[in-house]
Design a protein around this ligand. Structure first.
Ligand code: SF4
Ligand code: MG
Length: 337
């Protein structure tokens, strides 16, 4: 169907004293209305930068963005700051790992939820205040009529995360970007917040981009997965496909280094050895080749250190291994001996 968000050939390059950082290097993906895309990768994989580009939150003087970001038919890459500002908080909103970066310590929680609502919906202060109470109730804050007047420091970490979600959803955005929203929380609160997000998605119908380094979290919340490595997408597919039949050696590494799976896993695969690629001087060919243990298996005259494997449209992985090798190697590695 028609994608609600369509990203095409996105490049995000930063000028630094040491040279050009290629944070995102030719990325394409689609997001359907109301669905959840999990973007997974290590830090430096480009997953956060991608989403800051969608929101138009880069410093334009040192950042070069090219390609296409179409949100509901509207082009965002060349959009003016005024346009982006009217979209942020309204059509698209973001929740962060640390609520304290989103919430100001100087204003009450209620005011911070009410303010964007008033600004974008043009309602009265009183109406916006009532809406803030309603939103706090929706995200499970007890005694919302009282707590609406609290300051962020009067909330626990989990409650602040809930308040930030209330703030993000108050204008009923079509797109919610959640960047590691539960990483800083303990496991129980993390599970509660994920459940809350799923419930609210049902109610609000927002599409969600969920950014994380944790495939376990993705398994719980996402419909589709995009695996990023070195500023590029290396694998994509439905959650079931990618978790059950992963095709890219990097995804194999991510999966087998998950604590829950690694009990009966061949140690040679887990964890992924080596370091993430330099974004100043990305490796030629496949960006994963310096860490990949399958380079010698590649046939057909292709070379991992010079030929760049393309990522197919739809389901697939950017890797030179044959379809048969992609099917069998992972299974062979995780088979209990
Ligand atoms: Fe490994 Fe080569 Fe596949 Fe890259 S293309 S993941 S280096 S086998
Ligand atoms: Mg990040």
């Amino acid at each position: 169907g028609d994608a609600f968000l369509s990203v095409r050939d996105l490049y995000v390059h930063f000028a630094t004293e040491d040279g050009t950082v290629k944070a995102v290097d030719g990325l394409s993906f689609d997001l359907e209305r109301g669905s959840t895309l999990g973007i997974v990768g290590e830090s430096g994989s480009g997953k956060s930068v991608t989403n800051l580009s969608i929101l138009g939150l880069h410093n334009p003087s040192s950042t070069e963005v090219s390609g296409e970001i179409l949100l509901d038919g509207q082009e965002l890459t060349g959009a003016r700051e005024k346009t982006l500002e009217s979209l942020r908080g309204n059509k698209m909103a973001m929740i962060f790992q640390d609520a304290l970066t989103a919430l100001s310590p100087y204003y009450t929680i209620g005011r911070q939820i009410a303010e964007p609502y008033r600004k974008h919906m043009g309602v009265s202060k009183r109406e916006a205040h009532l809406r803030a109470i309603e939103m706090l109730d929706k995200v499970g804050i007890p005694n919302p009529k009282t707590r609406v007047n609290d300051y962020p420091h009067q909330f626990s970490g989990g409650m602040r995360q809930r308040a930030m979600i209330a703030m993000a959803l108050v204008c009923n955005p079509d797109l919610l970007i959640a960047d590691e929203p539960t990483t800083a929380l303990d496991v129980t609160v993390q599970a509660q917040i994920l459940d809350l997000l799923k419930d609210l998605q049902q109610e609000f119908g927002s599409a969600i981009i969920f950014i994380t380094h944790d495939l376990g979290v993705i398994a719980n919340v996402a419909d589709d997965i995009l695996v990023m490595y070195g500023g590029r997408a290396v694998e994509r597919g439905s959650v079931g496909e990618v978790l059950r039949r992963p095709q890219h050696p990097y995804t194999w590494g991510l999966l087998t280094s998950m604590p829950r799976l690694s009990g009966d896993v061949n140690e040679a695969l887990s964890p992924i050895h080596g370091t993430p690629p330099s974004l100043l001087a990305p490796p030629p060919g496949c960006p994963f080749h310096p860490r990949c243990t399958f380079v010698d298996e590649v046939t057909g005259g292709l070379s991992c250190d010079s030929d760049r494997p393309p990522l197919p449209e739809g389901r697939g992985a950017a890797c030179h291994l044959t379809a048969e090798q992609k099917r069998t190697f992972f299974v062979e590695q995780i088979k209990p001996r």
